[in-house]
Write a protein that binds this ligand. Structure first.
Ligand SMILES: [Mg+2]
Length: 296
């Protein structure tokens, strides 16, 4: 875990640095609030901050307030260092949003365990976020998380003028699998399907469960033609899949239908519009006999 140390006193700064390094943490150092504020706004900034209170320029209290006011991806755990011990100060710190306090000169063990508490809370928060964004059955992103990421991708696509494509995929006659073999096998089919799709994607492609047996795939950097050939590659792999039914000699084969479309960068297309296009293409694929890729 990465920790940001904010301390204007070089001696305290060195003590903090030496201790935290010894306990296995990665360290980023700032000598005042303004420097720390710069660091915090960069991507992948530390989630745990140990900051002095009194510093020239921006002090620890102001830094803490600014962090609490900003819209951040994850939680930042803030430990405030203070040489003072008056009750009023603690209240000010709490009001600014500090999670914990350490009084200087601090005891090494106390620093260690208070840091551990912060680490535990950050890890819990990450785990909760991960669970909230994941489809429990298949392990891919759930619909809400996918849509959020996809929205970011459309922004990036417009800003950097790079193509972006989108595929809707639906397993054919999935209800029949459930009716014939039961829901457990149905679940297994969904898991195998997403594993097969994921294995044929590039690391920066996104996959999400849109609902039921319908899945969404986002391909940054791919134009419509590339998306169609990616969908065709996946279609073939799905068709070739053999899913062994547990505790039986039977196996299930499935096919899927795909609707592929390119995001129109020039027209600043909305998310609704791109989904509608892919949905229309998928509808055609189903109507034309399933197990195929249609494009817009
Ligand atoms: Mg100071």
């Amino acid at each position: 875990m990465k920790i940001l140390i904010v301390e204007d006193d070089p001696i305290f700064r060195r003590i903090l640095e030496a201790n935290l390094l010894e306990w296995g943490y990665d360290i980023v150092v700032a000598s005042n609030g303004s420097e720390a504020w710069e660091i915090i706004q960069k991507p992948e900034s530390p989630s745990l901050i140990i900051s002095d209170w009194m510093m020239p320029g921006m002090d620890g209290l102001t830094l803490c307030r600014k962090i609490r006011r900003m819209d951040m991806q994850g939680y930042v755990y803030f430990i405030l260092l203070t040489a003072k011990g008056e009750k009023r100060d603690v209240i000010d710190g709490l009001e600014a949003g500090a999670d914990d306090f350490l009084t200087k000169p601090f005891n090494q063990e106390e620093l260690k365990y208070r840091t551990r508490i912060g680490e535990r809370i950050i890890n819990l928060e990450r785990r909760i976020l991960e669970l909230a964004n994941t489809d429990a059955l298949t392990g891919v992103m759930n619909r809400r998380a996918f849509m959020e990421r996809m929205e970011q991708e459309t922004v990036r696509s417009r800003r950097d003028k790079i193509p972006l494509s989108f595929i809707l995929a639906d397993i054919d006659h999935f209800k029949k699998v459930n009716d014939t073999y039961g829901h457990q096998v149905g679940d297994l089919v969904l898991q195998r399907f997403t594993a097969t799709v994921s294995a044929s994607m590039r690391p920066y492609d996104l996959i999400g469960r849109y609902g039921g047996e319908e899945f969404v795939i986002c391909l940054p950097g791919a134009d419509g033609l590339q998306a169609a050939s990616a969908a065709e590659r996946i279609r073939k792999k799905v068709e070739a899949m053999e899913i062994i039914v547990p505790d039986s000699s039977k196996s299930v084969s499935i096919t899927a239908s795909f609707g592929a479309t390119a995001y129109s960068v020039e027209s600043r297309e909305s998310m609704d519009s791109i989904i509608k296009k892919a949905d229309d293409a998928l509808y055609r694929a189903k109507n034309e006999g399933r197990n195929r890729v249609c494009t817009t």
